[in-house]
Design a protein around this ligand. Structure first.
Ligand SMILES: Cc1cc2nc3c(=O)[nH]c(=O)nc-3n(C[C@H](O)[C@H](O)[C@H](O)COP(=O)(O)O)c2cc1C
Length: 277
């Protein structure tokens, strides 16, 4: 809980300015009930005038240079060839615990994590995801094609046909095409919430996790196919022991790399617009 300690307060009002919900009134010495407990107020206050129970240390000089981060981003790649080496449960637990500083909308911190390392469960997820998505892709057929073209346009239909072709071809050739025999799958889920943005929180989490994993010599593959299949087939959630009323917002395969990427590759320059005047 956030509390004001007026004794040391010099009324600089930095806490009022930083508060994301405008919930602090220093003149009246109040914090209103909109407080989301992000502790921006306590973190910005030099005078210890806000309850400091949530503080875990003073900020120090950040020694990571921009170039280090640019290189990390360029060298991070999606891995699909995992070593058979298991990732120790304590490594996975610590990884997820350290990742708790990833931002969440309204500071909701509602994400939950299920870590699956059981080989037969992973295999079952692989099979069920292929089966579920094959069924979904096959709804694009000679009967639905004209309707899709009518309501969504030829371009959308062509894209759907292309995705279908790519998925079905790969499923035919590569039976581990979903889980790639990775030793662990982290499933990110949460209760459905009328407030906050858990889906975005999960996506930001996975993005940051890919970079953090790289620094720990782990490798990752964000997996959208499993998320998609779990929306269509409730057996997938059951396999993961995730309650029906919760939603799966992200999944990420994690393990040690069997091979390494030798080169960094170029990316398209982004389209950038400024509105300055
Ligand atoms: C939201 C999201 C979902 C993804 N889903 C899958 C997936 O289901 N299966 C897969 O093999 N790769 C998946 N990927 C990985 C992308 O295919 C990968 O990022 C892309 O090929 C570019 O490679 P890179 O990450 O090495 O730059 C996903 C990536 C993102 C960001």
């Amino acid at each position: 809980m956030v509390e004001l300690n007026t004794e040391n307060c010099i009324k600089c009002k930095k806490c009022e300015q930083i508060c994301p919900v405008s919930g602090i009134n220093i003149n009246e010495n109040t914090i209103n009930t909109d407080c989301i407990e992000c502790h921006h107020c306590g973190a910005i206050c030099q005078y210890h005038s806000i309850n400091q129970q949530n503080t875990i240390g003073n900020n120090t000089q950040n020694n990571i240079q921009p170039f280090d981060f640019e290189l990390l981003m360029q060298q991070r790649r999606t891995h699909r060839i995992f070593s058979a080496q298991a990732v120790a449960p304590e490594v996975l637990k610590e990884f997820i615990e350290h990742m708790r500083f990833s931002p969440t909308a309204s500071n909701l911190q509602s994400l939950k994590f299920t870590v699956i390392t059981n080989k037969s469960v992973l295999n079952e997820i692989n099979i069920l995801t292929i089966r579920t998505l094959t069924k979904a892709f096959n709804t694009v057929n000679s009967i639905t094609r004209p309707l899709i073209r009518l309501f969504s346009g030829t371009r959308a239909l062509n894209k759907m046909e292309q995705s279908k072709r790519k998925f079905l071809n790969k499923a035919e050739l590569k039976h581990d095409m979903i889980c790639y025999n990775a030793p662990a799958l982290i499933v990110i889920h949460s209760e459905k919430s009328p407030v906050g943005m858990p889906c975005h929180d999960a996506n930001i989490w996975t993005g940051m996790a890919t970079l953090y994993a790289e620094l720990l010599n782990l490798c990752t593959c964000i997996n959208g196919y499993i998320v998609n299949a779990a929306k269509r087939n409730k057996k997938i959630k059951q396999l993961m022991h995730i309650p029906a009323e919760e939603e799966i917002y992200g999944t990420i395969l994690i393990g040690y790399p069997k091979t390494k990427f030798e080169k960094r590759v170029q990316r398209k320059m982004p389209s950038i617009s400024f509105i300055s005047e």
